[in-house]
Design a protein around this ligand. Sequence first.
Ligand code: ADP
Ligand code: ZN
Ligand code: ZN
Length: 823
Amino acid sequence: MERITLFADVVVPQALPVPLTYRVPYEWNEHMQVGLRVVVPLGKAKLITGIIRALHEVPPAHYQAKYIDSLLDEHPLVHEPQLALWDWMANYYCCTLGDVMNAAIPAGLKLSSETKFVATEQQEDDTLPEREQIIMRAMRSRGSLTLSDIADVLGIKTVQVYVKRLIDLGFVKSEEELRERYKPKMLDFISLTAQYRNHDALNQLFTELESRRAQKQVDGLMVFLQQAQWDGQRLAQVERAKLVKQGVGAAVVAALIEKGIFEIERKEVGRLSAEWLPTESTRKLSDTQALAKTAIVEHWQTKDICLLHGVTSSGKTEVYASLIEDALKEGKQVLFLLPEIALTTQIINRLRKFFGKRIGVYHSGYSDNERTEVWNKVLSDVPGECDVILGARSALFLPFKRLGLVIVDEEHEQSYKQHDPAPRYQARDSALWLASRFKAKVLLGSATPSIETYWNAVNDRFGLVTMTERFGGMQLPEVVLCDIRKELKEKTMHQQFTAQLLQEMQQAISRGEQIILFQNRRGYSPLWECESCGWVPMCTRCDVSLTYHKYAHQLKCHYCGYTTAPVPACHACGSVDMKMLGFGTEKIEEDIQAHFPDVRIQRMDLDTTRSKSSHQKIIGDFEAGVTQILVGTQMVTKGLDFDNVSLVGILSADKMMNYPDFRSMERSFQIMMQVAGRAGRRNKRGKVLIQTYAPDHWLLDLIVKGDYDAFYRREVQERHQFVYPPFVRLMRITLKHKEDNVVIRAAHEVSKQISPVLKDRILGPERPYIPRINNYFLQQFLVRLDKRQESAAIKATVVHMIRKRLSDAEFKQVRISIDVDPL
Ligand code: ADP
Ligand code: ZN
Ligand code: ZN
């Protein structure tokens, strides 16, 4: 038989412009598949893990192909649709496949030379082959090892194969997990042993215990049955602590375990766990919801994408659940994208109740090992496990095979867009691409759709389904504007609070209702100013003023993290009269506490939620009514559903609306409508107060009316007039350098190159709103691309021209970042 010479194009996690081509040793020919991981030589001495993108018989034209060093997998780690997505992303977002690979694959699966590996608790035995034993010994004595350390220890070059085997066997893991702030919590759960899981056996047991006068055990059992809401059959579990809290003594629990009536199980909570059982069936849809669902399914017969525009609390989640159920019945996988998933534990819990272990959660708040676990579950495609993936943007990259439904909740959210590093992708848009590749259906959901999405719906590219009422006849909140100017004139303001807001708060508090206060700025005071000359302390690395944080007693830069002690005297005139201007969430919390000393207040912003658990605790306390007022930044707007919030206060609408960006109206509308949506209770209409200097502003008027359509019409007209998306696509090119004059010259040179090609489609170069960040001076171009096909070619040409122009020695250090569809 003739032996063919095979070549493999391999993607490595580095910013190389194209995949490199390697020779496949003959003996591997029949094992080779696209999507396998391989170890390949790169440069002089380096070995790196990559993924086979393509197999062919064409040797590279300009270099001698090196041999693939080793094969890591028997089965592909990613499939063709995922790799096709990588290609599309690299193309569309003007980045390299290596950038995409880095974003796509959990670190543990990348086996990169920088990753450190450590031994797990699991004890290996002497059945391990010799090299693996040597690795384990070295690891146990030295703590952690990188791949190159291991190569030294073994005295050979290629070690990935051994490390991979040790990972698969559970002896080794990547060190990343140790650095995780969040440690999964272990809890004890009690359940009935199998023999007592039926009514007859239980009745007999009760009689028996009573005859033996074991009254405490009888009571204990009663409490258990009550807490478990046991239906007579399935396994029901109750947390041990919960039983004890209900008055069942620890000794009683122990005795029942001893007797073989209870059994105990230690479980990780909140983490992927095979024992998750559904505890509820999906809810029956209301008429409105059922109609919406039918309409969605009907749209899907002619269009793959549908927008569900439903006001806050219209019950979108239940509609999603019902569609997920249908997709599962058809044997499909479901991808459910959420913005910043750490903030949406509520939805995860709700869907887990319906779908149990079919739900897999995947996002960056989880450790690398947990993500790897979900990845492997999806890859091995065990029926009934992890076939509904709830995740933030990176969940897109999981190795789906039979994706049938993609849901993008809160599709308008900015966090779907990755800013830094490349790939600067928009997960919603990428999900649309992925879905079309799978011929899967897509549902986009929002109470305040993005202009782009609504435009697509209005122009009949997407289906459009609307739910205008809240579930259960609950009313939408009443929105009222508070005129700060008027109160200033009448001298009724108390610090940053209008008398009107304080009065409403007082009433809500006395009725035992809850309040959310929203201010889109963290810290105590954004400006620390000299009263005599107006001097303001600035960040030494960025062109922004420093925000005072009272708790830390520090001035902080919110752009680069620089901190310094508060300056006691003015650096310009020496005056010691420094005053604070403006207010952030920290100050609001303090002032409100002073105003209502007996009320329990908590603050939710980046500073109070550094760990995942603290965030859950704040929400948990508010849900349980432990706290009565929640003060927060945008975090309080997202997907939270509270029962008892009757009042929402938006402290300053103006800053948001005045931000110099063509999207600031859209953003302000969305944020205010979303915060407002937290107000309202089952049986009582909620109220929203918006404090503003501009009560006549058209945007505020539309928020009061809750009129999305009018907002859309007005906004889209502006976008048309000033030629912004959705009428064009934008590409932002940012150049950075440590010296201002270098970056200015570079921008000028680039401009000379690309202007003849782009003509009036290019804006700039100009300094951005914040001209220096982290010691880099910035220059920006904005390119308008029309939405036809050739824009892909134009993008590529422009990027190529820029890279080429800046490859000169004098501009070598200029950094370029390309952002397609910037937010
Ligand atoms: P949205 O996501 O549109 O803001 P939710 O799905 O959170 O709205 O629904 C709002 C509230 O109404 C939730 O508390 C939810 O449990 C309840 N709800 C919605 N639909 C139903 C239903 N069909 N049966 C029972 N409760 C429902
Ligand atoms: Zn001064
Ligand atoms: Zn800074």
